[in-house]
Design a protein around this ligand. Sequence first.
Ligand SMILES: NC(=O)c1ccc[n+]([C@@H]2O[C@H](COP(=O)([O-])OP(=O)(O)OC[C@H]3O[C@@H](n4cnc5c(N)ncnc54)[C@H](OP(=O)(O)O)[C@@H]3O)[C@@H](O)[C@H]2O)c1
Length: 292
Amino acid sequence: MMKMLVLGAGGQVGRALLREAPMRGLDVVGLDRAALDIADSEALETAVGAVRPDVVVNCASWNAVDLAEDKPDTAFLVNGSAPGHLAMLLHRSGIRLVHYSTDYVFDGASGRPYTEVDLPAPISVYGRSKLAGEQAVLAEHPDAHVLRTSMVYSAEGHNFVTRLFSRIESAGELRFICDTLCTPTLAADLAAATIELVCRELPPGLYHAAGSDAVNPFDWARLALASVGRDEVHVLPVKASEFPSRAPRPKCSALLNTRLEAAGVRIPGVNERLRHSAGSWKLAGVFGDAER
Ligand SMILES: NC(=O)c1ccc[n+]([C@@H]2O[C@H](COP(=O)([O-])OP(=O)(O)OC[C@H]3O[C@@H](n4cnc5c(N)ncnc54)[C@H](OP(=O)(O)O)[C@@H]3O)[C@@H](O)[C@H]2O)c1
């Protein structure tokens, strides 16, 4: 039985992998940040030696996009050099590696979805730190898989959908950007695609792994509200220029999964997912009284 070690196992994708992997016949061990700081190279070596996995999936990442502008050292340590060290260690030990990166490696200027052959040009510290990480991983471990994903959501954790649901009853106006594009990705779908890629031993290298629908946040919010029967909640479309943030965001960060789709791996889009997920939001207690 293949043994998978998940690092950063307390996050959205980590938790989804811990759920999905046993259902697909894998033996899985998860270490969250409290159990292992991936920037601690000695602890990393000890943990890998103790678990002796066939494959490591690195979900650990410092995703504080705005804060990263003021703390570039932390961003580059966790997102850049630690994955590089992890890759070196695993390559030396003959252990496979899957590492995640981000749509924010692109500047968004093209206005159309990006494929794996498009040149990255990050416009934020977070984007630059994640690009440094993917480059370090591929340099240190030529057999590794790097999966760039986009706008991950699930019924738990901090994400666009859970934040929206938590704000429904607040007095303030709900405003969402209508002139940017992204490809929302359900954590469970990303976990399933990752496991398929690992089990089928797809060729190593860089892959885009995002949901297959490109949408703007305003439409995404309306879709999410409809998924829990709250279409009547008023949301206001605004331009990105009216929503200034500390870190610049690409206007278009939608990804096309060209390589995964060529291999027959499809990640469902947000239209398909939100139409069928009202029950799971409810089960997770995210929106308990959805049927009012
Ligand atoms: N979420 C998105 O929208 C999105 C978009 C594009 C790409 N991605 C990429 O997808 C991957 C998985 O993201 P996710 O959505 O699962 O993010 P997440 O929910 O924020 O999970 C990341 C996990 O990494 C942990 N972590 C942070 N620093 C660490 C360290 N030094 N050592 C060990 N663990 C550490 C975090 O712990 P704490 O919570 O305790 O800090 C958190 O549990 C990441 O590589 C991310 O960059 C995510």
